[in-house]
Design a protein around this ligand. Structure first.
Ligand code: NAD
Length: 420
């Protein structure tokens, strides 16, 4: 099989994880290959006129991992290092996340190799609109629905809706999710991922018999996921003792005041210098004693170096891929940490994206309470499925989550059979 197009370390990691799960599920060679390789790899060139009059050609990729269980769903990122193989790996992970949550979607991911920090709003708008036009033959509200990711936001999604709808001659809000509320975005979408992380952490504490009011948490990252995870945990009565961002970390053993911290971050751009906490080395912060540790910043935050030193009872993976495979093995061998794996723990975002799409197709408007209640019901269902599958088969919760997801996809492929 020719796979040079996908030569990339991130794809190699996703493929290795898949192979391990496929071995456990004893998938035959045929089904294994049909599940593993992406259905469509689409690369387009995106010529864009810059403000200074010169034209630059960017490369835009979209990988549709498979369309077996429905349209593909996944983010679009703007980043200078975007590569087809990495996009394919992210599409594969989205695939398993959608299957685990039983959403009627396959996984997709896209990216354009531009640096949004060096582009004006006008340039970003032209890149987005031209990419949307180039992708029009391959997307649709029942084919491929994009969403914001690194370097893109709800404004990017608004431009995509406008471009697609202008060409269609009618408003097509369901072409993307993560839109502004006024353009038929969903209530609750902004807080969904962090809310889900905190909700599942509370379920884990409950299993361990820890009272919320007695519990403490440490959160790495104070962006979208980290800040809403911290706020929701605090609303349950959990004390947030440490928070870090890319610039440093703050600590208060009595519990940080999150609203004051958010105001400080708004004013200064960083958690550093917050007057109601002490400075702490961000690496040291991760290994302090706590009930819940929430890595909600980057991949590979928990490594073979710090995994043996962790003093938490629960790891709630807000970020994608925050635990390296070596650290994962150490945590499994330790056996004293309840790990909620990323494809389950941060699935609140894609689940509320699904709700946004459903509301768009049916012209419905749900309240934030309705959205969060439905979200909690779906997360709780997936959490219980993962726990009982792990227990029944003697697997780690990560392997159990991935196995359930891959099995869901493999079963549907078998049921549909092979055309022709
Ligand atoms: P964000 O850009 O809003 O926030 C990232 C935060 O992490 C910032 O506070 C930043 O300062 C901090 N950070 C960056 N590097 C750090 C480091 N080395 N140490 C400590 N802090 C650091 O991003 P986000 O949307 O919150 O996403 C965070 C993670 O969650 C990513 O892995 C993302 O893929 C994943 N995720 C996000 C969503 C979502 O809906 N936003 C959904 C699923 C998964």
């Amino acid at each position: 099989m020719r796979t040079e197009l996908l030569q990339n370390p991130v794809f190699a990691m996703a493929a290795a994880q898949f192979d391990q799960v496929a071995d456990f599920l004893e998938l035959n060679e045929e089904l294994r290959n049909r599940c593993k390789w992406p259905k469509r790899l689409i690369t387009v060139t995106v010529p864009v006129r810059h403000d200074d009059g010169r034209t630059e050609v960017y490369f835009g990729h979209r990988v549709q991992h498979h369309l077996t269980r429905g349209p593909v769903k996944g983010g679009l990122r703007f980043h200078p290092k975007v590569e087809l193989g990495e996009v394919a790996a992210l599409a594969m992970w989205m695939n398993w996340k959608c299957a685990l949550m039983d959403l009627p979607f396959g996984g997709g991911k896209g990216g354009i190799n531009c640096d949004p920090r060096n582009l004006s709003q006008g340039e970003l708008e032209r890149i987005t609109r031209r990419f949307t036009m180039e992708m029009t033959p391959f997307i649709g509200e029942d084919i491929d629905i994009m969403a914001p990711d690194m370097g893109t936001n709800e404004q990017t999604m608004a431009w995509m809706v406008d471009t697609y709808s202008t060409r269609a001659g009618r408003l097509v809000p369901g072409i993307v999710t993560g839109k502004p509320l006024g353009l038929q975005g969903s209530a609750g979408r902004t807080r969904a991922t962090g809310h889900g992380v905190a909700f599942l952490a509370s379920r884990a504490l409950n299993k361990l018999g820890v009272e919320m009011n007695d519990a403490t948490a440490i959160v790495q990252g104070f962006g979208n996921v980290g800040s809403f995870a911290a706020r929701t945990l605090a609303s349950y009565g959990v004390k947030i003792t440490g928070i870090s961002d890319v610039t440093g970390a703050v600590w208060n053993a009595g519990g940080l005041d999150l609203e004051k911290l958010a105001a400080h971050v708004d004013a200064t751009g960083s958690v550093v210098g917050f007057s109601e906490g002490e400075a702490i080395d961000p690496r040291e912060m991760l290994v302090q004693a706590c009930d819940v540790l929430v890595p909600a910043a980057t991949d590979m935050a928990i490594t073979r170096e710090n995994a043996p030193l962790l003093k938490c009872r629960v790891i709630a993976e807000g970020a994608n891929g925050p635990t390296t495979p070596e650290a994962d093995q150490i945590i499994t061998e330790r056996g004293d940490i309840f790990l909620i794996p990323d494809i389950l723990c941060n699935a609140g975002g894609v689940t509320v994206s699904y709700f946004e799409w459903v509301q768009n197709l049916q012209r419905l408007r749900w309240t934030e309470r309705e959205v969060l209640t439905r979200l909690e019901t779906m997360l709780e269902g997936a959490f219980n499925r993962v726990l009982s599958f792990a227990e029944k088969n003697g697997l780690s919760q990560r392997t159990a989550a991935q196995s359930l997801a891959v099995k869901t996809v493999a079963d549907v492929k078998s049921q549909r059979g092979l055309f022709p």
